[in-house]
Write a protein that binds this ligand. Structure first.
Ligand SMILES: Nc1ncnc2c1ncn2[C@@H]1O[C@H](COP(=O)(O)OP(=O)(O)OP(=O)(O)O)[C@@H](O)[C@H]1O
Length: 280
């Protein structure tokens, strides 16, 4: 089963259109949604969660339309958005007690384990938490009610590199069981590169690509060569190129490049930057 299927999703604001978006997240997988500021990542996530209304298209979450019975679906979705909606005066333990009454499948033991793992203070009130601590608490809650799908909007951005690494590991553990999946948006492409099975690039409301991460690395590469050598690379396999006095740097489709030209691996971040530049 697919955890999430988005078909022909469109939403227009006066200066922005999320344009005919199609995405499929298979169960057991992690998808990273990458995009510049204003690309449409939060709009997509809000549409999935039915927080805003779509103009057209369909969204199916865990086999159910997101408009139908969304309350039931929300039990199965762990959500971490930019603002973690937790009452200011609560401590970590009190949050656990409130959530036990909010979610049918609340798991106290899992919550305690995650709170400890993320080194959250037990005496402080939520209003005294730093931004990173707030995100960590949001993540612990989202992962403690037996959710099948985690949806995270920029949830790792406020975290320091060590904690980010731990959280990335927690998400990987979560999807080791094939029935759990994650959709995560982030500017920090390096985190997504480590974590994700699928990468989706959004640019100005349009999907530039959505592909398995390993396939992207197999398909694309970087070439640094002289202008003469570059003539031997078929034009339609060059996805982006930059010339300077020393030669050419180009993003290419590997299988079309003559074997005597060296191809270096390309990172997901480089791929994203080149694709956005090409699309501009
Ligand atoms: N309620 C709204 N009314 C009008 N325009 C909106 C509204 N919400 C979002 N937009 C516009 O939609 C576009 C996409 O915004 P969105 O928040 O989805 O981007 P994003 O990719 O999440 O960006 P960021 O990385 O900066 O958070 C922006 O141009 C934004 O101004």
């Amino acid at each position: 089963m697919n955890a999430l299927e988005i078909k022909n999703l469109t939403k227009s604001y006066p200066d922005f259109t999320l344009d005919n978006l199609n995405l499929t997240l298979p169960s057991g997988c992690i998808m990273g949604l990458v995009g510049e500021n204003g690309a449409g990542k939060s709009t997509t996530i809000k549409l999935i969660l039915d927080m805003i209304h779509k103009d057209s298209g369909s969204i199916t979450i865990l086999g159910r339309d997101n408009g139908d019975n969304i309350k039931l679906t929300k039990e199965d979705i762990g959500v971490v958005l930019d603002e973690v909606g937790i009452p200011e005066c609560l401590t970590v333990n009190q949050v656990g007690k409130v959530m036990k009454h909010t979610f049918q499948n609340w798991n106290d033991a899992e919550y305690s384990r995650l709170v400890q793992k993320l080194a959250l203070p037990d005496k402080k009130q939520f209003k005294e938490f730093s931004r990173g601590m707030k995100m960590k608490l949001g993540i612990a809650v989202a992962m403690s009610h037996n959710s099948k799908l985690l949806i995270l909007d920029e949830a790792t951005s406020g975290l320091d590199p060590v904690v980010r690494d731990e959280v990335v590991e927690m998400f990987s553990e979560f999807t080791r069981d094939e029935s759990h999946s994650v959709l995560i948006s982030s500017h920090i492409v390096n985190d997504l590169e480590k974590l994700c099975d699928y990468i989706a690039f959004l640019h100005k409301g349009k999907l530039l690509l959505c592909e398995e991460k390993d396939l992207l690395r197999e398909e694309y590469g970087l070439v640094h060569c002289s202008i003469d050598e570059f003539q031997a690379i078929p034009f339609n396999s060059v996805k982006y190129k930059k010339e300077n006095a020393y030669g050419v740097e180009a993003m290419v489709l590997r299988n079309a490049v003559p074997s005597d030209i060296h191809i270096s691996p390309i990172s997901i971040e480089e791929l994203f930057v080149f694709m956005v530049k090409e699309a501009k």
